[in-house]
Design a protein around this ligand. Sequence first.
Ligand code: PLP
Length: 426
Amino acid sequence: MKPETIALHGGYGGDPTTKAVAVPIYQTVAYSFDSAAHGAALFDLEVEGYRYTRIGNPTVDVLERRIAELEGGIDALAVASGQTAVYYTMLNLAQAGQNIVSVPQLYGTTHTLFAHILPQLGVRVRLARSDSPAELESLIDADTRALFCETVGNPAGNICDLEALAAVARRAHIPLVVDNTVATPILCRPIDYGADIVVHSLTKFLGGHGTSLGGAIVDSGRFPWAKHAARYPRLTQPDESYHGLVYTEHYGAKAFLGRGRSVFQRTMGAVLSPFNAFLLLQGIETVALRVERHVANARRVAEFLRADRRISSVSYAGFPDNPHHALCQKYLGGRACSLMTFEIRGGYDAGTRFYDALELFKRLVNLGDAKSLACHPASTTHRQMSAEEQRQAGLGPATMRLSVGIEHIDDILADLDQALAAATRA
Ligand code: PLP
């Protein structure tokens, strides 16, 4: 099925008992066993079924299947937030003494996780100075366990050369992990270009209405864990924390998320609630339509800003002179995202006057809501970074980030125009 159809039907063929057409919310913590033997068989993973919502829930399952289908993966694990998805993925791949290689254009909290939190657990993250595949390759060594990038960097708007990065990862026998939050599977499916694992903040465009936090980890099922058993022993050797289970033997191609669920979800417990899964499923139903409108509105906004002499620069991959234009054509089908950054003449002070004058755009730290949103990354999402780290992440002290919504374009442009007037009046 095409993404537009999967978004409505993926992972759910109707409720077998009630014939409910909408996905039911299974708001339950636990599930009863038929007998002691049935409980034991469930815990031994000998039979399929539910035990406890921290480990699995029927509403959340539908969301997992739908995301997996949208991304072209074989399995997905839904978690409490996008940040949990990144964190669990890294913990599932690397342990103390090992490292991860990453692009520097990252969402601010992912940067904090990589630069400060994973190193506290003994996992070093080697941040390249750019998203150049050659530079990233030069940072990989025998202890590297993953290569990480965002399809479209937040907020830099850079587009990673996924095929080239997948080739680098393949040569190093490590998985390529791609955060596809900003692009969404509507604009790009990283697995089609060789990514092994895709992570998402469902909080953004997929949910689409700014109501619910959620995250997902999608496995392509293609990485040969057993072939590289010496590198990934936790997937290929008996797990004493789960009565000696060998994930690659029990789950086969789904070993990565089998361990993700049995170890990280079960013992750390950052679970997606069934109610949030329901709200996210509602949002996903219209993601293709919304993204189409987001993309069209963003182009009009980018053109408006570029033509305005109050603006000194606009970073938008849809312009032919943008350094990422060719990659935008290749990976996003020329549909540049509705996340963009720009600088106002007059620097930081003019930027804050513009920000304070916005009326329709919401001042906040979020993206991908149906509503138009504005963010000043240097003082909020990327505040923990040094000035140099911010520069490498693609932003300056006065950079404004817009997530262009799906309102009528005339109203969006009118708000930007009046805020620019207020900012530059002085
Ligand atoms: N990845 C990207 C690219 C993001 O932009 C965000 C949040 O803005 C996250 C991950 C984290 O997502 P969440 O807020 O759902 O934890």
